[in-house]
Write a protein that binds this ligand. Structure first.
Ligand SMILES: [Zn+2]
Ligand SMILES: [Zn+2]
Length: 244
């Protein structure tokens, strides 16, 4: 495994290289780097615990981390970058699990939990990439809207834990309904074909694709980069709108 400093450098380099593709308005590269630095520290620590305790699920890992007090430390570590006051780190974790954004410390808890989920996803990915014809992350259950082409494979990347899995091989499949007919799946893109917005006529779902395999960024940046494909949504709206 690369040293956290090496991984952070790789992250920063990708931000410099692909920052122009990131079209999320509130995106702050400085803050993102600061959070990444702390998340990489947490990932390193949690990875050690995964190797030791060999949890069978993400939940089991989280329980072990809460019991040892590590999870609470992770929340405090993140809260310092965010400048968020967290009086009870355990409550912050609970807020995330319950999905209660109004509770204090939610953001710190969210990012700490995400780092732990990332560590777990990395450990699972070490055993190889799985095939799963779905948009739902097999590890954390979050629905992904990000697909990337890898050779002849179409891979989905989780927006939360950044786990990746193969949705289909050789031709693009709709990860929401399983449609494989190339006539059913349209891709809106431009001449450069770097990013695209895929649309399934069978179920009406849309998802964002990184079509250009030359885009090589750490996995955690792929959902952000793919978000740039939203600029093609107007083509979809024009195509499906009323015709005169
Ligand atoms: Zn996930
Ligand atoms: Zn579909």
């Amino acid at each position: 495994m690369a040293e956290p400093s090496g991984r952070l450098e790789e992250f920063r380099e990708a931000l410099r290289k692909y920052g122009h593709l990131i079209k999320v308005r509130e995106f702050d590269p400085e803050l993102a780097s600061g959070i990444e630095e702390k998340q990489l520290q947490i990932i390193e620590d949690a990875s050690r615990i995964i190797e030791e305790k060999k949890p069978r699920t993400l939940e089991e890992l989280l329980d072990a981390l809460l019991e040892s007090g590590s999870m609470q430390e992770y929340v405090v570590l993140i809260s310092r970058v965010l400048g968020e006051k967290v009086s009870d780190p355990e409550e912050a974790v609970k807020a995330v699990i319950e999905g209660n954004e109004a509770l204090p410390g939610f953001r710190s808890g969210f990012l700490a939990l995400q780092a732990v989920a990332r560590a777990y996803a990395e450990a699972v990915l070490k055993e190889g990439i799985a095939e799963e014809p779905s948009a739902k992350c097999p590890l954390c259950g979050v629905k992904s809207e990000t697909m990337a082409r890898k050779g002849s494979d179409y891979v989905m990347v989780c927006h939360f834990c950044y786990y990746e899995w193969i949705v289909s091989r050789d031709s693009m499949m709709c990860p929401y309904c399983g449609a494989m007919d190339p006539i059913a799946i349209g891709i809106y893109t431009d001449k450069k074909r770097r990013l695209g917005l895929a649309h399934c006529q069978n179920c009406g779902s849309t998802w964002r694709c990184i079509l250009d395999e030359g885009i090589r960024a750490p996995r955690q940046l792929l959902p952000l980069i793919a978000f740039g494909a939203e600029i093609y949504r107007r083509f979809l709206e024009e195509a499906s709108g009323p015709r005169g």
